[in-house]
Write a protein that binds this ligand. Sequence first.
Ligand SMILES: [Zn+2]
Length: 58
Amino acid sequence: MKKMRFCSVCKRYTLEKFHCNRISISAHPMPFKSLDPYGDYRRAVQGVDVITKDQYAV
Ligand SMILES: [Zn+2]
C-alpha cells in the first residue's frame, strides 16, 4: 500500500515520490519515541525554555 505524501511545491497530497520535479515529503508524522535524545534541543529551537518550563524534564 502506498503512503500519502505531500508536495511542498504545489501544496497538494500525492502518492508519488516525486512531484513537480521535487521529492515529496511524507504526510505521516514521525513515529513517537519516548527516548528522544534530541528532544531538549528540538524544544529549545522551538523557543521553549527547557530549564524552567519543561515539567517532564528528567
Ligand atoms: Zn506538486
